[in-house]
Design a protein around this ligand. Structure first.
Ligand code: NAD
Ligand code: 6OD
Length: 486
């Protein structure tokens, strides 16, 4: 069994209180790690280290050297690739191909992209007239915002944490990270990488622990934290916003979603089935961009439902590296209980269960794990709980539609506005739909196809702000104007 400690000022440390919590495997509920449980003392120490580093070598380092260091971080992640994959597999139980081909490579990419952005971005300059006719020049400079609190979730832990740490460090900030209590391993391992490549002590700090009235909240309330970047549930975002308000701390939020998938009858059928299957069931449905509401144009509806059902019924449950395994467990027993309660609710509210709806039959050694079946429903009204609320599990409701106007109204009738995936061969319709859907990210004939230079974030209650490429600079830097009279 592993011991996971905080990483504060370049050193691995236990909690002052000696307190730890358990990390259990989602695969079989076995105890796999004891994790140091941080409180106010550890948050204070991490913030102090981050503030000191902000004033020290890190702030004096040239942009060129900082950029080279972030490339070195990316290269070291790639060199330690197998360790990161193993750590993420142990924490999440997800299939090897998902972690090794999608999630961990993004950790390295997240450092490279923002190192390149900061090297190449210009600021604005304006010449102006003055009453005495001599004129003046205005130019803007970008400064680091300060100490950034990074609070991240468990569903793609390394990708989502580095998506914030990468730009924060590229812009010259220092960070205090609170990874999800469910997935502490990769954030801890990244400390070894930082030390190996010589990132100054205190630039990257990690405090493990819980959210409310614990390490997470203590970061959001800390006077020494200048801004908070958070990915997680909308409800948690609201709590963090209240905590941040007292110190007028800036926030960047990537929150929940209840995303619609829209399939027109003219689509490439096989590609659409494949795309919707991935968008609803990848990572066992634990993707914020995932599709839990599927609208299919009526002439295609029955055929589409049958094809998707077949895909659901062919998943292969197993441990990450089991031959052929392509479907993992949910993150925890608690999340399993939540998802199964939604499965029961769907039936209680009158759903037709097309497939799934419960716990799969499994070999004895996996029986205690957080496994649930991929599940499809039809026949519910839009007011049903499972059609309205984010479940964050491997399930979707499918409903037929008859026109663009109708499906647009259905898709937009939700408090969330994160993403959508639309399948059609009609280019004009694709543009009309993209213009009409109230979401931050629209994929046409694709899903989760990422160019890291593009704005990423949610509309409505799915987020505040955009991150990605130059857009991240809006949050991670303080833009200051200088006016010089000629
Ligand atoms: P969560 O909100 O429960 O927890 C996220 C993090 O916040 C954890 O580290 C947790 O310990 C911490 N936290 C909880 N309460 C806190 C508080 N009061 N103060 C400070 N920190 C607190 O979310 P989760 O269950 O870990 O993740 C799933 C959710 O994340 C889903 O809603 C999903 O849609 C969302 N998500 C969104 C995106 C996006 O890009 N929009 C990406 C991934 C996940
Ligand atoms: O690709 C990304 O940058 C990103 N933030 C993905 C989010 C996935 C949510 O589960």
């Amino acid at each position: 069994m592993q011991t996971i400690q905080h990483f504060i000022n370049g050193e691995y440390t236990p909690s002052a209180s000696g307190q730890t919590f358990e990390k259990r495997s989602p695969l079989d509920n076995r105890l796999i790690a004891r994790v140091a449980e941080g409180g106010q003392a550890e948050v204070d120490a991490a913030v102090a280290a981050a503030r000191a580093a902000l004033r020290g070598d890190w702030s004096r380092m040239s942009t060129e050297k900082r950029v080279a260091m972030l490339h070195a971080v990316a290269d070291e992640i790639t060199r330690r690739f197998d360790d990161f994959v193993a750590a993420e597999e142990a924490d999440t139980g997800q299939p090897h191909h998902v972690i090794a081909h999608a999630f961990v490579p993004r950790g390295a990419a997240n450092f490279k992209i923002f190192a390149d952005v900061i090297k190449n971005v210009a600021t604005e300059a304006f010449q102006m007239d003055t009453p005495d006719g001599r004129g003046a020049l205005n130019y803007a400079i970008r400064k680091p915002k300060g100490v950034i609190g990074v609070i991240s979730p468990w569903n793609a832990p390394f990708l989502l944490m580095t998506w914030k740490v990468g730009p924060a460090l590229a812009c010259g900030n220092t960070v205090v990270v609170k990874p999800s209590e469910e997935t502490p391993a990769t954030a801890a391992l990244l400390g070894e990488v930082m030390n190996a490549v010589g990132v100054p002590k205190g630039v990257y700090n990690v405090v493990h622990g819980f959210g409310p009235a614990a390490a997470g909240e203590f970061i959001t309330r800390h006077d020494g934290v200048d801004a908070i970047t958070f990915t997680g549930e909308t409800r948690t975002g609201a709590a963090i916003m209240k905590a941040a308000a007292d110190g007028i701390r800036d926030v960047s939020f990537e929150l929940g979603g209840k995303n619609a998938g829209i399939v027109f009858a003219d689509c490439d059928f096989d590609a659409a089935v494949d795309g919707i299957f991935r968008s609803a069931f990848l990572n066992t449905g634990q993707v914020c961009l995932g599709t839990e509401r599927v609208y299919v144009e009526r002439p295609l509806f029955d055929r589409f439902v049958q094809a998707l059902k077949l895909r659901c019924e062919s998943v292969k449950y197993g441990r990450p590296k089991d031959a052929g395994a392509n479907y993992g467990p949910l993150i925890s027993q608690e999340h399993k209980r939540k998802v199964l309660s939604y499965y029961e609710r769907a039936v209680a509210e009158g759903a037709t269960v097309v497939t799934g709806g419960g716990v799969p039959p499994l070999p004895a050694e996996l029986a205690e794990g957080a496994w649930v079946q991929p599940t499809m429903w039809t026949g519910l009204p839009e007011t049903a709980t499972v059609v309205r609320e984010e479940i964050f599990g491997p399930c979707c409701h499918l409903r037929p539609f008859d026109s663009e106007e109708e499906v647009l109204a259905l898709a937009n009738d939700n408090r969330y506005g994160l993403s959508t995936t639309i399948w059609t061969r009609d280019l004009g319709r694709a543009h009309r739909m993209a213009d009409g859907v109230e979401v931050g990210i629209t994929w046409i004939n694709s899903w989760f196809l990422r160019d890291l230079r593009t704005p990423f974030g949610g509309s409505k209650q799915s987020g505040i702000g955009r991150e990605g490429g130059v857009h991240s600079l809006e949050f991670y830097t303080d833009l200051r104007n200088v006016c010089i009279k000629y």
